[in-house]
Ligand binder design. Sequence first.
Ligand SMILES: O=C(O)c1ccc(O)c(O)c1
Ligand SMILES: [Mg+2]
Length: 630
Amino acid sequence: MKTSIATVSISGDLREKLAAIAAAGFDGVEIFENDFLAFDGGPRDVGRMVRDHGLEITLFQPFRDFEGMPEPQRSRAFDRAERKFDVMQELGTDLMLVCSNVSPVSLGGIDRTADDFNELGECAAKRGLRVGYEALAWGRHVSDHRDAWEIVRRTDRPNIGLILDSFHTLARKIDVNSIRAIPGDRIFIVQLADAPLIEMDLLYWSRHFRNMPGEGDLPVVDFMRAVAATGYDGPLSLEIFNDQFRGGSPKSISVDGRRSLLYLMDKVRRLEPDIAIDVPSMPDRIEASGIEFVEFAADEAEAQELAGMFRTLGFAPAGRHISKDVTVWRQGGINLVINTEREGFAHSSYLVHGTSVCDIGLKVENASATVERARALVAEPFQQTVGRGELKIPAIRSVGGGVMHFIDEKTELARVWDIEFTPLAGDEYPAAAGLRRIDHIAQTMNYEEMLTWVLFYTSIFATDRTPMVDVVDPGGLIRSQAIESADGDLRITLNGAESRRTLAGHFIAESFGSAVQHVAFLTEDIFATAKALKENGFRSLKISRNYYDDLEARFGLEAGFAGRLREENILYDREGEGEYFQLYSPNYGEGFFFEIVERRGGYTGYGAANAQFRIAAQKRALRPKGMPRQ
Ligand SMILES: O=C(O)c1ccc(O)c(O)c1
Ligand SMILES: [Mg+2]
């Protein structure tokens, strides 16, 4: 499988773009004409630079408003084409993209258009060049790949072929099976893009909202299955016009691009076992059955403070690491680890981010297969020196600089707590509060990074994303989206902040990067838990009285029940038969906190409707007395 990406898809100048594209492992690059025009060097220099990066130029594009023109525009279009052929030869590429004409003066007409391509094909053939025709979804006369293909077919020249672009076909909801009838060798290149489903003008949607396959809502897999059926084996080329990507990190967007293509083709191969698809083999998406541990990096003083918080939550120290300054605190099936080592990853994470979650342990069926899939999808494996008596636990770098370890039952990894830790009695600790397992963890990031995280999680793990919801913080909007396994065993919520004035934005700024902002524990009886916590000295986040008045009215709650919620500062939500209860800890440091939830009757959400009131309460609690409101 040859992978390629259009230079228009990422930020930077041409030099930066090529470096990032090459580093992410692409084979080729589409040179978008404007990137070339803006470059301070001739076409030969660009060609050399591309090849020096080990890349090839898969396509030069776009050539606009060519076909079906009256005179004198027609002759001018041919003159223009000759000039671009000169450039292409110097660049060292043989393929030009002609996108369907949008000019109001164009005449259309299938025979006229085929004649134009016939003549252009003759000119190109003299130089050994090829021309591909792409139907823009908003083309004046041709806006459907089926019409573009009919024109190419009538031209009947080997150097005139079709260019397919998933966006144009899928945005117009054209039946992808129509692709299956096209001979693969007449398709010169396949461009791929996804997009979120938003009702809007096609051109505007295409130029601003495209994203990587798997990041949006279009059936790109069905499109690619149809392409695979044609026998096409040329480059798969990303062409992503996206406002955020234009301002994003070229390195990270390029990696997302490669990951999206590998993930896409892995899916296609599994769905089309009879078609030979050349994609590196990798284990199927990994089923994760929950979070085995959450590890905090801290210094001694903050470790004490954190431990104090764990204690009020009903956790007790369960083990001390055999050789490291690492303690595991336990309650039910929850393991919270505090690492105060002065070296290693946790320490460097502490130096950069301060006290924060540096590592997440996921329970999987096969830990080494998990790393194998992650590596195949260009994630970075993580390793550090393993001390005597310690296990080598498979791990990767997750997005945002954190680490993710994998624990399975297959091997002795599941016994890590017995093998690497000396048990602690923890007798003098207050009673457990009924916390059973980690319900979810919430990771906070800049909004622009959200697609990167979504693709990371959904491509490696058997998870899906929920629709994005908006959460109102007094300082701005937070976009929230969950990644979850089908049975809800693994739940991670991603919160994207656009403004530093939000609690989430403040947290990212203060912790120097995206991080876990809260961990939510599951209880089976929120009222019993609230009572036990109170006895442990836990002080819950105080929620406004107005919230409870509204709750009572909104859900028609009995006054007594609403009163109990109010008394315990428990937030409530309902979804059909399902009910959700939430209790919050105070903030720790710059905005980290714990949540306790109970799910009744199959409630599957996260209480998004309550988030605004929780955030307002947290902001009140954060504001030092006498400080002006934001
Ligand atoms: O938006 C455009 O004009 C445009 C240009 C070239 C393409 O390949 C394309 O898909 C869109
Ligand atoms: Mg295109």
